[in-house]
Design a protein around this ligand. Structure first.
Ligand code: ADP
Ligand code: MG
Length: 263
């Protein structure tokens, strides 16, 4: 056996996400907007990337392309080794369902529908049997710490809990990448840390997380920060991520609590 044969190349040697010279031009009437001007970028499995940049810099355009919701005007996008930049809309939809999970600022949960049913929904579309759907939804909700709240509807949950349901819904189809656009935009700082700690945990389990945020405090919890400006990558820095430690909820000392039954 030669040395070369003895060295087994890892199956996922290539970056999970590979963008090469991605350009996006929006043409509306006579005006065309050059939203991305040659973005080249590799993102590895399990990386936790924060995308920052001022309004209009191209963050959403980039996320839409990464999320297979839109196609680049030119350039190559390889996801998990397969070129997705030239796929048809139907093929892109399949990649989305199998490989990607989405988390939004407004949670996008169905009202009057339990947490469990919300989480089961992607599996309904994928044709998974009822029993298996329940099993997987319960596992996903347990992973985000909501095993006690599975029967609650969104209006019976706090903002942070709703976002955790949305994360459970995003991970229930076992995606390789989670894309989150301002996931903490509607949350207070404590709850934001809670959400970031879940993302960090997903990263440790090998799921790649890419999130857009305006808040430098939030970006600190990522392992890499990419700043987009005028359709270019202005900076791209990898560094030790700050561990998201959720501070305990404030509980007043016993002496100042109202006596039982007299409150
Ligand atoms: P960000 O998310 O960083 O605010 P966007 O990616 O939404 O930036 O927008 C980048 C640029 O592309 C902006 O100038 C914006 O006006 C333009 N743009 C975004 N979407 C469209 C569209 N569908 N049609 C035309 N122009 C667009
Ligand atoms: Mg945007």
């Amino acid at each position: 056996m030669s040395t070369e044969e003895a060295t087994v190349a890892p199956a996922n040697e290539h970056p999970l996400i590979e963008l090469s010279d991605i350009q996006k031009v929006y043409a509306s009437g006579d005006v065309s907007v050059h939203a991305l001007r040659g973005v080249t970028l590799g993102i590895a499995r399990g990386e936790f990337v924060a995308v920052m940049g001022s309004s209009g810099s191209g963050k959403s355009t980039l996320m839409n392309i990464l999320g297979c919701l839109d196609r680049p005007t030119s350039g190559i996008y390889k996801l998990d080794g397969a070129e997705v930049s030239r796929l048809t809309k139907a093929e892109l939809a399949e990649v989305r369902n199998k490989t990607l999970g989405f988390v939004f600022q407004n949670f996008n949960l169905l009202a009057r529908t339990s947490a469990q049913e919300n989480v089961e929904l992607p599996l309904v579309y994928a044709g998974v049997s009822g029993k298996e759907r329940r099993r997987r939804a319960i596992a996903a909700l347990t992973r985000v710490g909501l095993q006690e709240r599975m029967d609650h509807t969104p209006n019976q949950l706090s903002g942070g809990q709703q976002q955790r349901v949305a994360i459970a819904r995003a991970i229930v189809s076992q995606p390789k990448v989670i894309l989150a656009d301002e996931p903490t935009g509607n949350l207070d700082s404590r709850t934001s840390v809670e959400v970031m700690s879940i993302f960090q945990e997903l990263g440790r389990a090998g799921i790649t997380v890419v999130l857009v945020t305006h808040e430098p405090d939030i970006a600190e919890y990522a392992s890499r920060v990419i700043v987009v400006k005028d359709g270019y990558i202005q900076s791209d820095k990898q560094r030790e991520m700050k561990e998201a430690i959720v501070p305990p909820e404030f509980v007043p000392p016993v002496s100042v609590r109202a006596p039982e039954g007299k409150a």
